[in-house]
Design a protein around this ligand. Structure first.
Ligand code: ADP
Ligand code: 5GP
Length: 211
């Protein structure tokens, strides 16, 4: 029997490099991980494809998903809705994949409340100056949107202590390996291995009877 996968939420300020890290992680360890694809009402950036980066939907479609309880969680972020479709996440966990949600902090805390065995990981750039540089360098938002995202980053920084792990994305490759190591080490946590613990206990009990 395959062990159930672990659910990890990765958050981080816009521009911290979450998307880049996830892309590398999926490319390197395709058999281990499944990345959840969110629904959003924001417009696609150049190169983004419906069903790949996001399911791009209208406000009406999003509100109908909320009503039908199709989302594990949803939140508003800088004037748009973002949410995690339920079915894919649970299918993949049952299949033994470690599932990653790349979502902002309000959604992350909702997921942890509903599913306390979720791993919460926060990715940060080495400095605020570097964050600004990366957001500007990405070149996908206008100056006003960048300013909103930086101000949202300050708000989000107030909630970082709620996370289980804090990872710095300085050298990309090192960061990818750190994220991978953290999630894989989680598999060894005693509370995630209760069935194996019960099995060995039962086997030992048999031995102790034969004494
Ligand atoms: P997020 O998904 O967190 O908003 P992105 O993955 O889009 O962030 O990264 C923002 C920008 O920073 C992109 O242009 C990306 O190429 C760049 N970037 C990501 N990681 C690093 C890194 N370790 N060093 C330098 N630049 C990076
Ligand atoms: P972006 O517009 O840069 O793709 O994403 C903006 C923010 O929304 C990021 O912090 C991203 O992690 C978050 N986000 C993406 N999908 C979801 C989701 O399904 N739920 C929540 N709560 N946040 C999401």
């Amino acid at each position: 029997m395959k062990n159930r996968g672990i659910l990890t939420v990765v958050s981080g300020f816009s521009g911290s490099g979450k998307g880049t890290i996830m892309k590398e992680l999926m490319a390197k360890y395709a058999d281990t991980y499944a990345l959840s694809i969110s629904a959003t009402t924001r417009a696609p950036r150049p190169g983004e494809v419906h069903g790949k980066e996001y399911f791009f939907v209208t406000k009406e479609e999003f509100e109908s998903m909320i009503e039908q309880e199709e989302l594990i969680e949803y939140a508003q972020y800088v004037n748009n809705y973002y949410g995690t479709p339920r079915n894919y996440v649970f299918e993949q966990l049952e299949n033994g994949k470690d599932v990653i949600l790349e979502i902002e902090i309000q959604g992350a805390l909702k997921v942890k409340e509903k599913y306390p065995d979720t791993v919460l990981m926060f990715v940060s750039p080495p400095s605020a100056e570097e964050l600004k540089k990366r957001l500007e360098g990405r070149g996908t938002e206008d100056a006003a949107t960048i300013a909103s995202r930086l101000s949202r980053a300050w708000e989000e920084a107030q909630g970082v202590e709620n996370y289980d792990y804090f990872v710095i994305n300085d050298v990309l490759e090192e960061c990818v390996e750190e994220v991978h190591a953290i999630i894989q080490n989680e598999h060894a946590r005693a509370f995630r291995n209760q069935e194996l613990i019960d099995d060995i206990k039962n086997e030992l009990k048999e031995f102790s009877k034969g004494e």
